[in-house]
Write a protein of this length. Structure first.
Length: 360
């Protein structure tokens, strides 16, 4: 048997040893997972910093530390992984006002603005890297860019009453429109579209269940304090001795429209080719959405559902959809004319019979 020599290449090991402090840090954190003396020293150092900082500055230090530990990775993920950022924006849009009710003070709305700006920065970085600026072309993009430019130019309007008023106004009418480019660039797969729809329906279901809690269990202490903080609030939300519910949103109107829209989406999905158990789940969700919508006492949202069903029947002209529309119409006529003492149903009926209600 011939002799042979086995040559071992130690270049990778040498490179790891001479690769600088980044390789050393990667080795002790990700490979050894701080299970060494250096890791123990780092953990002890962090523990001492947290203890001294909390003892000297109190809860403010803990809050700042939490912002650094959680906020910095979130910012990086929002820019590097825009799909993650889109999901965070959708979740924040639903729970934004709920955060203020659990005691989180400060300009919470700035969080949404910051997320949108970060997402737009991520889009610009990726578009520059891919050399793909197609999202800025097209008629819709052109109109949005012109509108944003017009709103920015209004800052120099000599007839403007207040620059601060411009700042608050431009957030709602211009900055929010940047989301169009974010969604257009990042929502590219059917999987992502399905995830967004599922998340939307799940958040809407949470809002509906919270409204049931307000209706049958009662308002929280913070919500009670808000309702009785100003007589004008009672004038708007107290009707015939019954409070209009607003769930996790700022007002009953926003809540009602956020219930009727997922209801329409569920009806459209049920008409498609899906498994029976999925249609049953969607049917239960529709009942919860619409029932909680009645708790809001918003008449404008009540009219949207039959109008949407009418358009859906025209666009999907087939036997099943037509039969469903007919039965839904009969049921709607029954609800409009049935005698009742329920304040929510009475409010619903006045949306279709305005001459029967003095508030019109």
């Amino acid at each position: 048997m011939d002799n042979f020599q086995l040559k071992v290449d130690n270049s990778s090991k040498a490179s790891a040893q001479g690769g600088g402090w980044l390789n050393w840090l990667r080795n002790i954190t990700f490979i050894q997972k701080l299970y060494n003396r250096t890791g123990l020293a780092i953990l002890v150092l962090f523990a001492l910093i947290i203890a001294v900082g909390t003892a000297k500055f109190g809860a403010i230090f803990g809050l700042l530390l939490l912002i650094v530990v959680v906020g910095v990775p979130v910012v990086i993920c929002v820019i590097a992984y825009p799909e993650f950022g889109v999901i965070i924006v959708l979740i924040m849009a639903y729970v934004l006002f709920l955060l203020t009710r659990i005691g989180l003070e400060g300009p919470i709305g700035i969080i949404m603005d910051a997320l949108q700006v970060l997402l737009m920065i991520g889009v610009m970085i990726r578009a520059k890297h891919d050399r793909n600026w197609s999202i800025l072309r097209g008629p819709i993009s052109t109109v949005i860019l012109i509108w944003i430019a017009y709103n920015i130019l209004q800052f120099g309007n000599p007839w403007a009453e207040s620059r601060m008023a411009w700042l608050y106004a431009v957030r709602g009418v211009a900055v929010v429109l940047l989301s169009y480019f974010v969604f257009l660039y990042n929502i590219r797969t059917i999987k992502m579209v399905r995830l967004i729809f599922k998340l939307w329906l799940g958040l809407a279901l949470f809002a509906a269940l919270y409204a049931f809690k307000q209706e049958y269990v009662g308002f929280s202490a913070v919500e009670e304090a808000y309702l009785h903080s100003d007589p004008a609030i009672a004038g708007l939300l107290l009707i015939a001795g019954h409070w209009r519910k607003f769930s996790i949103f700022s007002d009953p109107v926003s809540f009602a429209y956020n219930m009727v829209m997922p209801s329409i989406l569920c009806i459209c999905i049920i008409a498609g080719k899906f498994r029976l158990w999925k249609k049953i789940v969607l049917g239960v969700c529709i009942c919860l959405y619409l029932q909680s919508m009645l708790f809001s006492g918003t008449r404008g949202a009540n009219v949207l559902l039959p109008a949407a069903l009418f358009l859906f029947a025209i666009m999907n002209y087939n036997k099943k959809v037509l039969m469903f529309a007919v039965f839904a119409g009969i049921f709607l006529v029954f609800l409009i004319n049935v005698p009742t003492n329920d304040p929510n149903l009475l409010r619903f009926q006045t949306a279709f019979r305005p001459n029967k209600d003095d508030s019109y």
